[in-house]
Design a protein around this ligand. Structure first.
Ligand code: XIL
Length: 378
């Protein structure tokens, strides 16, 4: 998404306490200690509630907007955060730590420490990793965007980056968002905004997939975008492009909808149908960045009705993915409001994740848990 950054630090860090009535009696801040004695606490965790082979993921907070907040790097320093991250999720996506501006800050220097730490953490906890992202118009370093390169140099730069980053984690990344947000909402390629397409032409997209595949033949390679949940001009553009690429033998394996939703708008009811048409092309599908933001009342505290509507959106997105054969990866864009990007990017909106800033579970958490359990049992 490209909304303008508008909110001050003060607003971004305002605590958004929930009304007590909105929190189910069984809510507990991330530990299983309060579970009823007869319940099997393990299967209350999202990752274990899920059917075999279905991955429930979250973004791993760090980099990006976090760099301007008054807390230290969440993934590195927040113990409670890390505990929930390992217990609840079977897939992790570096929120910013594999983006160009973070991992390749100078032409001849890579910064791998943070990404390495996430991949190591994932392995220690039996989690898979979604790599994000290799070809995008946003969060590119100044040396790249403002550099004065010939076409040949630029091509070599992209190729070297993909070989280096994908190669470093080869065999350890389940899915890569190779190309992120290459179309605008009207379904036109971002020929001006995206440096690669602008300078090298649309053919560079296929090359990015080819180079990524050479560097890690096991990773599933995805197109990823927002506002492609339903059938619309943008998702149609992907549908056309993917067919052309597959016909040319380009190694494209997946199509994913980010899922940055808002209760301002209705739920995209044709999500399942849309995923199905990509599934029918032989692709994997995924939900990769789900969050459901809302306009906060003046108190900053969402109403019970808002939380119920949010839970319903989370649930519908999950159900759509569960209903499609090769939609096996469902990721939320952070699990706690404490670190959500939403208040920083969308003025007056927030409470977009499934846990409060204090890690208290919201109705959306329980909706996911219950729908995963149902899918596992039935
Ligand atoms: C967001 C991050 O959450 C922020 O920390 C960062 O400042 C900006 O980017 N689509 C994407 C994600 O593909 O990478 C974006 O993540 C959200 C929209």
């Amino acid at each position: 998404m490209r909304p303008v950054r508008i909110v001050t630090l003060a607003l971004a860090t305002t605590a958004l306490a929930l009304p007590l009535a909105a929190i189910p009696a069984t809510a507990d801040p991330g530990s299983d200690h309060q579970a009823a004695p007869h319940s099997n606490a393990k299967f209350d965790r999202l990752r274990h509630a899920a059917p075999e082979g279905f991955f429930v993921g979250t973004a791993v907070a760090g980099g990006g907007h976090h760099l301007e907040q008054d807390y230290p790097d969440p993934f590195t320093y927040d113990k409670e955060y890390r505990k929930i991250l390992s217990r609840q999720f079977s897939s992790v996506s570096p929120e910013n730590q594999m983006k160009w501006d973070f991992i390749h800050p100078e032409r001849d220097r890579y910064r791998f420490d943070e990404a390495d730490a996430i991949v190591d953490f994932a392995e220690r906890h039996g989690q898979v990793v979604r790599g994000h992202t290799l070809l995008w118009h946003s969060q590119n370093p100044a040396w790249l965007e403002q550099g004065d390169f010939t076409d040949e140099e630029l091509r070599a730069i992209l190729r070297e980056h993909i070989e280096t980053v994908v190669g470093r984690y080869a065999g350890r990344i389940q899915q890569w968002d190779v190309a992120n947000e290459i179309f605008d909402d009207a379904g036109n390629l971002r020929t001006e905004q995206n440096i690669w397409i602008r300078e090298l032409g649309p053919g560079i997209v296929a090359d990015a997939f080819r180079w990524a595949h050479e560097a890690d033949p096991e990773a599933k390679l995805f197109f990823n975008d927002y506002n492609v949940e339903g059938r619309n001009a943008k998702s149609n553009a992907y549908y056309e492009l993917v067919q052309d690429l597959l016909a040319e033998g380009v190694p494209v394996h997946g199509f994913s909808a980010q899922g940055h939703l808002s209760t301002r708008w209705g739920f995209p009811g044709d999500l399942e149908q849309n995923l199905r048409r990509f599934d029918a092309l032989g692709l994997e599908t995924a939900i990769t960045e789900l969050d459901v933001r809302m306009d906060l009342p003046e108190s900053g505290v969402p109403t019970e009705a808002q939380l119920e509507q949010q839970a319903d959106y989370y649930d519908q997105a999950l159900s759509a993915c569960l209903a499609v054969a090769n939609c096996n990866s469902f990721t939320i864009w952070g699990f706690t409001d404490k670190y959500s990007w939403v208040p920083v990017f969308f003025q007056g909106q927030g409470s977009a994740t499934v846990m409060t800033e204090d890690f208290v579970r919201k109705p959306a958490f329980f909706a996911l848990q219950s729908t995963l359990k149902d899918a596992r049992n039935g």
